[in-house]
Design a protein around this ligand. Structure first.
Ligand code: SF4
Length: 487
């Protein structure tokens, strides 16, 4: 550990630590990065034509500027859009709107090939030093690869150049041939820093570079970053949720909530005089290293709203203890409350505060309209439910009637089957009815004879006389001069 600290002291005291890096020992007072109304939306629902209809607004209208050789801290709760902001600046995501000016060049309009020129100028240090290093490459080859690809130094000088960078980042030369898994978290983060610095960047986006490290290693890495900045004039965008670290390393702070900037200003000014209720709540959680000082923690009530469906008006109003009626429907303007200290809150907007009565009346009207709409929607819903219920009962009645008919039909068919099964000679009632005209045509009444008509032709064929025969013979008998009963 002492050896490493010694290394860092050497780094801090050696202004020519990167012999091949064009040094900018004197920090120029010019803007290296200017982000203007930057928007980065992720579509979460698309229509049939593939057009996004619901977006997750990860970065929504963010503006800030960073001076060369300084550090801006981006703070906020998890999911507020800090990392997305860093990646959009790097053009790892294509912005949906706004501009990113890097040294006067508009990055959002550059094509992939044109962006190659700026790839070495803007570098990223990742949060997780474990997964951001290729496990099958040695430390030397990890650092040397971007140097070769971007032709930072002639080929034969790469080895010495890498050793030099490693030494400046507190990595002894014997680590050159070792693999990432042989190192601790702090050493891996040093490898990541060495890899980022090897291409001589001007701007480094540090995405929570120390959050995966323990406190003593955090201090080493933070000191290393500060020393590098002092010596080669690096500019950092330092993304973190650790406010103590941010206070130590940054000159400016940008507070984000649900993709929006809530407050922006000089670090000392923001820490001594936080204005936004959200910043106050965040900073109230920073531990004070004095047991006599009583901490006044501000606990935020309620859940963080979904970034896919953020609240109207001020996005923070659902959790703000100082919320007013105007906050619920009017988005706060981004105003300069003090020189260089910007805040997005109605409390510091004199125009809004002077007309609170009017806004209260407007809110009352809006609430009335909302309640009316809710009532109408409720009534519509009830009517719809009634129609659905009536339709369901009608459907039930139809189903019941259908079942009844089916039962009757089944019973009738069963009876017919039974009749058919009772005997081959017996005809069902329907058949008898069909034979009635034939019986009448044969000169008898259908109810005169119990015998089925179908049987009669057979009987005639067998020489048997049907019942009518004697009656017919009676006429012959009378015609022969004798009575039919005179046998
Ligand atoms: S605008 Fe209103 S709701 Fe938003 S932070 Fe300010 S006081 Fe709170």
């Amino acid at each position: 550990m002492e050896e490493l600290n010694e290394d860092m002291k050497t780094v801090a005291n050696d202004p020519n630590m990167f012999s091949d890096v064009p040094l900018e020992a004197e920090v120029q007072d010019d803007t290296i990065l200017k982000v203007d109304h930057l928007k980065m939306y992720f579509p979460i629902k698309k229509n049939l034509l593939g057009k996004p209809i619901v977006n997750l607004k990860a970065v929504d209208d963010v503006s800030f500027a960073v001076k060369r050789g300084t550090t801006i801290g981006v703070v906020g709760e998890s999911g507020c859009g800090k990392t997305t902001l860093g990646r959009t600046i790097l053009k790892l995501y294509e912005a949906n709107g706004g501009s990113i000016l890097f040294e006067g060049e508009e990055l959002t309009k550059l094509k992939k090939k044109q962006m190659r020129k700026y790839r070495t100028d803007i570098q990223l240090i990742f949060q997780d030093p474990y997964s951001s290093l290729p496990p099958r490459m040695t430390v030397g080859s990890i650092i040397a690869e971007p140097v070769r690809v971007h032709k930072i130094v002639p080929k034969k000088e790469v080895y010495n150049y890498v050793l030099d960078i490693m030494q400046k980042c507190g990595l002894p030369p014997q680590y050159y041939d070792r693999y990432p898994h042989e190192f601790s978290g702090g050493q891996r983060q040093r490898i990541c820093i060495a890899r980022a610095l090897a291409v001589q960047p001007k701007l480094v986006i540090c995405d929570e570079p120390v959050s995966a490290l323990d406190v003593s290693i955090q201090a080493q890495i933070i000191n290393l970053l500060k020393d590098l900045q002092n010596n080669i004039g690096l500019t950092y965008v330092f993304i973190s949720h650790d406010l103590s670290v941010v206070k130590y390393i940054t000159e400016q702070i940008l507070v984000m909530y649900l993709g929006n900037v809530m407050e922006l200003g000089e670090t000392d000014e923001i820490f001594s005089n936080p204005l936004h209720p959200y910043t106050k709540a965040l900073f109230s959680a920073v531990p004070v290293p004095n047991p006599d000082v009583k901490m006044n923690r501000i606990i935020l009530e309620g859940d963080i709203p979904s970034p896919a469906n953020p609240p109207k008006g001020c996005k923070f109003h659902t959790r703000c203890a100082q919320c007013m009626n105007v906050c619920k429907f009017k988005e706060p303007a981004y105003i300069e409350a003090a020189p260089g200290h910007h805040v997005a809150c109605h409390l510091y907007d004199e125009e809004v505060m002077a007309h609170l009565d009017e806004y209260d009346a407007e809110f009352a009207d809006l609430e009335e309209a909302r309640l009316r709409m809710e009532e109408e929607a409720k009534a519509k819903k009830n009517a719809k439910q009634k129609i659905i219920a009536a339709f369901a009962s009608c459907k039930h009645g139809l189903a019941k009637a259908g079942a009844k008919c089916k039962g009757l039909f089944t019973r009738k068919r069963g009876a017919a089957d039974e009749l058919a099964a009772d005997g081959a000679g017996e005809q069902p009632a329907d058949e008898l009815a069909a034979d009635e005209p034939a019986a009448v045509a044969a000169g008898r009444m259908p109810y005169d004879d119990d015998e089925p008509a179908a049987v009669k032709p057979d009987e005639r064929a067998a020489g048997e006389q049907p019942a009518e025969k004697p009656a017919a013979d009676a006429f012959d008998t009378v015609a022969a001069g004798k009575m039919p009963y005179d046998d």
